[in-house]
Design a binder for this molecule. Structure first.
Ligand SMILES: [Zn+2]
Ligand SMILES: [Zn+2]
Length: 1025
């Protein structure tokens, strides 16, 4: 096709001038697109890293001095027992016969100690739980990324402050705290012991036995005996039994419940052993758990069954039970797990009459330190629970003050580090005069006003905690603003690019735009940008910010500088917009709002796939209605659109874990054949008219008349093979090699067949649909096979809908003939938006993110019987890919059908995807179960990757287009073959020329040509559709 053959038409006079200008312009657009693609990939990669600087930063600082409490230690040693995975209700409640499972610890609660519920912060996992209890802070979840076993950062702990720590338990927990501790004696069982198949309570016995033999041995070893008689000792017994049994048998099982009894008996035996050995009643005891266990036998999230753990404290320095005054204060205080302070004690626990003191998990660390008279761990954020301590008022104040000073020290250290780095430092205002508050507290202690001192200390501690949070999120505002501005800049830049390259604009805009990119004024802007970047870099250097900060800011400044170079264009655009009728402006705004609504809908669909049901119910009602407004008659088409949409709406109501239903898979074979044959029959028997012509194009000569029959046969055969293979499996027989071979050859051969189909839209799409059906059927286990057929119907409905609109515009004479390409209009936005909805439903129609992770082996066994995870995963990914591919094919053919510039459409898809990326960026979270944290990151990651993928696709295209210029026929053929693979829409040979230039053909010279509306700038309707 010659250059002059576009929408511009044009007289002979302009021809020569224009072709020169066009080729220049084409080159320019191509270069810019390549460059945009690279920029886009770098930008998304860099911004993806930003979430680690924003959401996942370690709360730990170093260099604080420990604060020694100014009173004598109430206890000489501490015995500390953690029952891993013991949830509070299973511990406190009676069994069905009314017997309590932990008789010893209950007697402690009733007679000699204190109790409560310890609230864990999600992720409720073993490592964060133990770190919170023993070191007093909530570990940053990203510590996991840096390795579970080793300590990603050095932190202080109660064990660290002790004279000596004896520790026995799991190899996953004990070494975290004792591995690098010189003053510790510890031992762990080999990891093989944690075998889930057996009753794991013997692990608890193992820990107890170790401790018992230590005491026995010390009777012979003098040094050991001497050590044990010292003060500031900690004995830590980690009991893994409940966790292992909970995972393996769930917390309702008799094995788990029996393990609660084991744990209680160990507590009793330890108590008797220690009391007998030391005979001095100077031992304090703490019994708790790191997290609970959900009914399903897992832990991690914020459900109360996971966050609520028992806490029982008794012995030296601990208050004795006090009758409950039912003084649950309705102060609205929330624990770290967001549960309310005034949660009532269930009556079946039988502990109503005894005062309960709930704590945050990290509060246990200062409690342990205070009992031993040690300074709190320097990184602790725990608030000392005074309700447990049996101290005089003066001592209570001193203990609280030590706790307050330790948290204040952390705050001051963080504040100082930030201040020493910052040029412009914003201090945490409420604590500017902290020293005067401290002086006031000392004064009050001198005058023995302990109540007043207590109150002031508590206030100061709360402020210090707030201050810590303030510095933890100090850079958030800046980083989030920079990254968001960067994304917005990128989107604005894409909009400008699409407008300049794919929309037809009034002439005056284009002239200015051309001037701009020729670089007369842009030099100044670039200098300006460089200056800005230099200033920012300098500021960041002075602030000693991480190197990535430079990258975030560089990206953002760079993008906005580029946008500024288009200043003249934007200004002209704005002027044109201002001249428009308000009607057009409203249209533009309405389109924007509608687009954002649809994108927000897509964002929400990531967590709630049922939304698609509503979406397609509404689409099924609205689309036919809209069509009947446009052109009456043709009831069949409207009924088809309605039916297809409503059918598809059912699938997102079905379970995401696809239940086995072989009959359904077998039955989908004939269904798919029916759809394929019906489509072809339509092509041959429909009355030829304007409407059908564009999608049927009846003048083709089929090269292979038997192709359809062959494809139908293969689909039928695959249906049969599904039946045969499954029967074999249900009879517990090995799948014969012959079956596997047949399955492989059916799937392989049928995917090649679409290449031989006739080059018209309906025939080729039907052929692709039939070609991938056998592979999909053979990989299906249930309703997803029907989904494949239904999705195809909806895609067909989409084509019919777009064709109706095209037909109408032709009838009204507002459109050029079919093969001529036009520029983008505002109303064309519906095509990329529909594409995005369908692209997502192609995934969510049969599952969600969790359902990919759960590996369903039965869906691949028709191809492989030997277990090989990578190969099986590859097959599953291929299966996921098939519906996507159908959607992409239809999208490409629709852009072709209505003559839209395909690359322009892809840029719009990127633009819309980035609206979603921004939203997911703000939805990233750093608390919750690993699953929730992981999902929030992966949603953001998937969106970024989707954009990069689309961009990759464009790189390939741009490269291909370049190569195709070669006149060599053989190479051309080769390329043609490649092109089939790379762009799923299979172009007809006679359209080949067309395809070569599809990126450049849309480029116009808006300044000339009578067909262009630029000649009439007063009413540039093209711009606003
Ligand atoms: Zn655990
Ligand atoms: Zn566990």
């Amino acid at each position: 096709m010659s250059d002059g053959n576009g929408i511009l038409g044009g007289g002979v006079f302009f021809e020569r001038r224009r072709s020169a200008a066009t080729s220049n312009r084409r080159k320019w657009v191509k270069t810019r697109e390549k460059w945009l693609v690279v920029l886009g990939i770098v930008l998304h990669a860099v911004y993806m890293l930003s979430i680690f600087d924003i959401y996942f930063k370690t709360p730990i600082v170093h260099g604080m001095d420990p604060v020694f409490p100014r009173f004598s230690a109430p206890a000489k040693r501490l015995v500390f027992i953690v029952a891993d995975g013991l949830r509070a209700d299973k511990f406190f409640e009676p069994d069905s016969e009314g017997n309590f499972r932990a008789p010893f610890l209950r007697s402690v609660i009733k007679e000699q100690g204190r109790w409560g519920v310890s609230h864990a912060r999600p992720p409720t996992e073993s490592r964060p739980g133990h770190v919170a209890i023993i070191a007093g802070f909530y570990e940053d979840p990203s510590a996991v990324l840096k390795g579970w076993k080793a300590n990603p950062v050095e932190f202080d702990s109660v064990f660290n402050r002790s004279r000596h720590t004896f520790s026995y338990g799991s190899p996953d927990i004990v070494p975290i705290f004792c591995g690098a501790l010189p003053h510790s004696t510890w031992n762990t069982y080999p990891p093989e012991f944690e075998d889930f198949a057996t009753d794991a309570s013997f692990l608890d016995e193992w820990s107890f036995d170790q401790f018992q033999s230590l005491l026995h041995k010390s009777n012979e070893k003098k040094e050991m005996r001497h050590l044990l008689e010292q003060d500031n000792l900690v004995v830590f017994l980690h009991l893994l039994g409940c966790d292992s049994n909970g995972h393996a048998h769930r917390p309702f099982s008799s094995i788990y419940l029996n393990n609660v009894k084991v744990v209680d008996s160990i507590a009793e035996r330890v108590y008797n052993l220690v009391q007998g050995y030391f005979e001095d009643s100077l031992t304090a005891y703490i019994f708790t758990a790191d997290h609970g266990m959900s009914d399903k036998g897992s832990h991690g999230d914020a459900h109360p069954s996971n966050t609520d753990t028992p806490l029982v404290v008794w012995g030296a320095g601990v208050k004795t039970p006090r009758p409950s005054s039912s003084n649950h204060s309705h102060c609205g205080f929330r624990f770290v797990d967001n549960h309310l302070h005034d949660a009532l004690t269930p009556t079946e626990w039988g502990l109503d009459g005894i005062e309960r003191v709930d704590v945050n998990q990290a509060d246990i660390a200062p409690l342990m330190s205070t009992l031993l008279g040690l300074p709190c761990p320097v990184n602790s954020v725990g608030a000392l629970p005074l309700g447990y301590l049996d101290l005089s008022q003066a001592e209570e104040v001193e203990a609280l003050l030590a706790n307050t000073k330790q948290i204040l020290n952390q705050f001051l250290q963080k504040s100082q580090i930030k201040q020493s780095h910052s040029l412009y430092f914003k201090p945490f205002k409420p604590l500017l005069h902290y020293s005067s508050i401290l002086d006031r507290i000392e004064e009050l202690i001198q005058t023995r006003d302990y109540q007043g001192a207590m109150k002031l200390s508590e206030n100061l501690r709360d402020l210090a905690l707030e201050g810590l949070h303030y510095f933890q999120t100090y850079d958030w505002m800046m980083l989030m603003t920079v990254v968001t501005l960067g994304y917005i800049g990128w989107m604005v830049y894409i909009v400008i690019h699409v407008l300049q390259s794919y929309a037809s604009l009034p002439g005056n805009i284009a002239t200015k735009e051309q001037n701009a990119h020729q670089g007369k004024s842009s030099m100044k802007v670039y200098l300006f940008g460089c200056f800005f970047m230099g200033v920012f870099s300098l500021l960041l250097l002075v602030d000693r910010s991480p190197p990535l900060y430079h990258a975030y800011i560089a990206m953002t400044v760079f993008l906005w500088t580029r946008i500024l170079t288009e200043y003249e264009f934007v200004k002209a655009l704005w002027r044109t917009l201002c001249m428009k009728r308000s009607n057009d402006i409203i249209k533009l705004l309405a389109s924007c709002v509608l687009s954002i609504l649809i994108l927000e809908f897509l964002v929400n669909s990531f967590t709630e796939r049922r939304l698609y049901t509503w979406c397609f119910l509404i689409a099924g009602a609205v689309a036919p209605f809209y069509l009947s407004l446009l052109f009456p008659g043709r009831l069949a088409i409207k009924a088809f659109v309605w039916g297809a949409c409503w059918c598809l709406s059912i699938f997102t109501l079905m379970p995401s874990e696809i239940p086995d239903n072989t009959k359904l898979v077998v039955a989908s074979g004939p269904l798919i054949i029916l759809i394929g044959v019906a489509a072809r029959w339509q092509g041959l028997h429909i009355e030829v008219n304007e409407y059908w012509y564009s999608i049927l194009k009846l003048d083709y000569r089929p090269k292979f008349p038997m192709l359809l029959a062959l494809q139908v046969f293969l689909v039928g055969l695959s249906s049969l093979m599904v039946f045969l293979s499954t029967t074999h499996r249900t009879e517990k027989q090995e799948l014969p090699v012959l079956h596997q071979l047949i399955n492989w050859s059916i799937a392989g051969s049928s995917m090649v067949l679409p290449l031989f189909s006739a080059p018209n839209l309906l025939v080729r799409l039907t052929s692709i649909f039939l070609g991938f059906a056998p592979s999909y059927l053979l990989l299906s286990i249930g309703y997803e096979a029907v989904f494949y057929a239904t999705l195809a119907l909806v895609l067909m409905a989409w084509i019919l809908f777009e064709n109706a609109i095209l037909y109408l515009s032709k009838v009204n004479g507002s459109s050029t003939s079919e093969h001529e390409d036009r520029s983008l209009r505002l109303s064309d936005v519906r095509v990329p938006l529909t594409f995005m909805v369908l692209f997502n439903v192609a995934f969510f129609g049969t599952g969600n993110f969790a359902s990919i992770a759960s590996f369903e082996i039965s869906s691949v066994y028709r191809f492989v019987t030997i277990f090989s995870p990578f190969f099986m995963a590859a097959l599953l990914i291929f299966k996921l890919f098939i519906p996507f591919m159908l959607v992409i094919c239809v999208f490409s053919s629709i852009t072709k059908l209505i003559g839209l510039p395909q690359l322009g459409c892809y840029f719009l898809v990127i633009l819309f995807s980035d609206v979603m990326t921004i939203h997911f960026f703000f939805l990233v979270r750093n608390t919750g179960s690993w699953m929730e944290i992981g999902n929030s990151i992966s949603h953001f990651g998937i969106m970024s990757a989707q954009v990069c993928d689309t961009l990759d696709f464009k790189i390939i295209r741009l490269l291909c287009l370049k190569r195709s210029i070669s006149p060599d026929k053989l190479l051309d053929q080769l390329w043609h073959g490649k092109y089939y693979l790379q762009t799923p829409f299979l172009l007809a040979p006679d359209d080949h020329e067309n395809a070569e230039c599809c990126s450049c053909k849309r480029v116009r010279i808006p300044s000339c040509g009578p067909g262009d509306l630029g000649s009439n700038p007063a009413t540039p309707e093209h711009l606003l559709g």
